[in-house]
Design a protein around this ligand. Structure first.
Ligand code: PFF
Ligand code: NA
Length: 445
């Protein structure tokens, strides 16, 4: 059986942007920004995206398009060493860890989406509005398990339909819908009272916070950049392995990073005006899931046409989350198909079955050895796996592929971006791994 490839150029860009744009942008980015110095943090973050994110993205692209296999086969074939192939299994494990918690959050959002669409937000103010209640009660347990299974099922359906008919077609519909709805919501939110205050909270240029805490800001900015660009999990290796043309990887990578940043900024322009217009002080609300689910859902229930706005908003989040979760599931699936010759159908069934269990544990969220499983997987575990994963990618590109990586980088690239190949290789092989290890240390130290 021949390996599938993307049907169109836009197909690859949209699929990769779909992987990048996700909960990281809508749920995490606005809060990390507001908490760490507003638009001054944004500058640090943009610098990291440009200097670490895009080169890292290109590292995964070069391995993927060069190796034309899942991370396991690509690393093994390009290096000629089975040890690197074994390291590839690390990405399969990372992907399973990622989707285990991501699918639980996706399930919560699916529930908010469904209940908003059914107009239940007003009927169940307690469920929607009470912070302690949601996270103390429905966030973990049988409800969460059920919605996790639903979200995982949707993810599995798209992946089962294949690279072209599933992932490419799906993201071609999802990504434009996400952008259009978000722009509409941001414009509408800008007309709400309190919008100016909200923009000031979100984007005020607070250089002092950044200057005073530069090293403390670096790690969150780097962590956010990796997660948001889907780096270090082998997703971008896998997606790039389905490219069959010589087109400019630097160009594609830049477009993906720009789209991803745009969605994050837009999400903040929706979230904060909404909260401010209802007198919810975001600095008093716990950042992260609490803010998105409880704060916003509560806000929607008080708005005119709130159910409609809520449906549109949670619709955006569902689509963004789904286009990311399919990229996670695709890694172990492509591994089983490439390495063991399984049919796509069987591979999807097997991997989904495993995530029913691993994600199920996250949904039930037991406390093991004093640590709640969900928070551990979603936080320290995934952060560490992604940082280690990307560091290995960079070292592979710089020290194992070397000149071959430069050739792959240049293949299809225009004059200007082709000239960046050598500086890129130096950064990739030396400066970036050091930077990542440094941030890893500051996280632990
Ligand atoms: N980039 C996604 C987000 O911002 O939500 C998360 C993600 C997807 C991380 C795929 C890693 C990955 F492989
Ligand atoms: Na993202």
């Amino acid at each position: 059986m021949t390996r599938e490839t993307w049907a169109t150029r836009a197909g690859f860009i949209l699929a990769a942007a779909g992987s990048a744009v996700g909960l990281g942008n809508i749920w995490r980015f606005p809060w990390v920004t507001a908490d760490n110095g507003g638009s001054a943090f944004l500058l640090v973050y943009l610098g990291i995206v440009l200097l670490v994110g895009v080169p890292g993205l290109l590292g995964e692209f070069v391995i993927g398009r060069g190796g034309k296999k899942s991370p396991v086969g690509a690393l093994r074939d390009l290096s000629g060493s089975s040890a690197w192939g074994l390291w590839g299994v690390f990405y399969v494990v990372t992907a399973i860890a990622l989707i285990s918690f991501y699918s639980v959050v996706g399930g919560w959002i699916l529930r908010y989406f469904g209940e908003s669409a059914l107009g239940l937000a007003g009927a169940r103010p307690a469920y929607f509005a009470a912070p302690g209640q949601y996270f103390g009660g429905a966030a973990a347990g049988l409800d969460a398990l059920g919605f996790h299974l639903l979200f995982l099922g949707l993810t599995a359906l798209v992946v089962y339909a294949g690279v072209r008919r599933g992932i490419e077609l799906g993201t071609k519909v999802m990504m434009p819908a996400v952008l259009a709805l978000l722009v509409g919501l941001a414009v509408w939110a800008g007309t709400r009272p309190g919008a100016a205050e909200a923009y000031a909270f979100y984007l005020s240029f607070d250089l002092e916070t950044v200057r005073a805490n530069f090293f403390d800001v670096l790690a969150p900015a780097a962590g956010q950049a990796l997660f948001t660009l889907s780096l270090g999990a082998g997703t971008m290796i896998t997606y790039a392995s389905y490219i069959d043309e010589d087109r400019s990887l630097p160009f594609d990578g830049t477009v993906i990073a720009v789209l991803n940043t745009l969605v994050g900024v837009l999400a903040g322009l929706v979230v904060f005006p909404l909260l401010f217009s209802l007198g919810v002080d975001p600095s008093q609300t716990a950042p992260g899931p609490g803010a998105l689910f409880v704060g916003l859902a509560g806000a929607f229930s008080q708005l005119p046409a709130g159910a409609l706005v809520a449906t549109a908003f949670f619709g955006v989040v569902v689509l963004a989350a789904l286009s990311s979760s399919i990229s996670m599931l695709e890694i172990p699936v492509s591994f089983l198909v490439d390495e063991y010759g399984l049919s796509r159908r069987r591979a999807v069934a097997l991997v989904t079955g495993a995530v029913v269990v691993t994600g199920g544990v996250c949904a039930i969220n037991p406390t093991i050895a004093g640590t709640a499983v969900f928070g551990f997987v979603a936080g320290p575990l995934v952060d560490t796996l992604l940082t280690a994963g990307l560091t290995a990618v960079l070292i592979f590109v710089g020290w194992v592929m070397g000149r071959d990586a430069v050739a792959e980088f240049r293949s299809g690239a225009g004059g200007f971006s082709a000239a960046l190949a050598t500086p890129w290789l130096l950064a990739t092989g030396v400066a970036l791994p050091i930077f990542l290890l440094f941030t890893l240390l500051t996280t632990f130290g």
